[in-house]
Structures are given as structure tokens and as C-alpha cells.
Unconditional design. Structure first.
Length: 87
């Protein structure tokens, strides 16, 4: 199993949050800190949702972790957009 550590999660979270904001068209409104926060919260959300569908999220590796964070970030940005009324 891959142990990334604190800085590894910051990097993966930042990348996932940034790409997620590009996908959802919110990149101009976010800075690097918000991208990292969105990516990390997205990772928690994505991991939770994948576990609900029976996907083993432990030991998935670096690419699986990144894709989980990205999925969660996109879902999080979609929900925030709906709640705040933004496109």
C-alpha cells in the first residue's frame, strides 16, 4: 500500500481540485489553497461514495487515489454550484 504522507496528499489534492475546477469551469474563482481544499474534501467524498458502491478504496495506488479525489472534487463543485446558484 502506498503511504503518501501529508505533502503527498496536498499535491494530489491540489492537482485534483485544480483539474476538477477546470472541468466545472470554476477555476477563475479559486486560488491554490481552495483547489487543495476542494481536492482533499473531494478525496474524502469520492472515497465515501466509492465505498458505498462496494469499491475497495484501500490499496488502489497513486492513480486510483488521484482519480478518486478528482471524482469527489467534481461532485463537490457541482453540489456547491447548485447550492449557491452558480453554473
Amino acid at each position: 500500500m502506498l503511504a503518501l504522507g501529508f505533502f503527498g496528499w496536498l499535491i494530489i489534492g491540489g492537482l485534483a481540485g485544480w483539474i476538477g475546477s477546470k472541468i466545472m469551469g470554476t477555476d477563475a474563482q479559486q486560488g491554490i489553497v481552495l483547489n487543495i481544499v476542494v481536492g482533499i474534501i473531494g478525496g474524502l467524498l469520492g472515497g465515501f461514495l466509492l465505498k458505498l458502491f462496494g469499491v475497495d478504496v484501500h490499496g488502489g495506488g497513486l492513480i486510483f487515489s488521484f482519480l478518486t479525489c478528482l471524482l469527489g472534487a467534481v461532485i463537490l463543485l457541482f453540489i456547491v454550484g447548485k447550492v449557491t446558484g452558480r453554473r
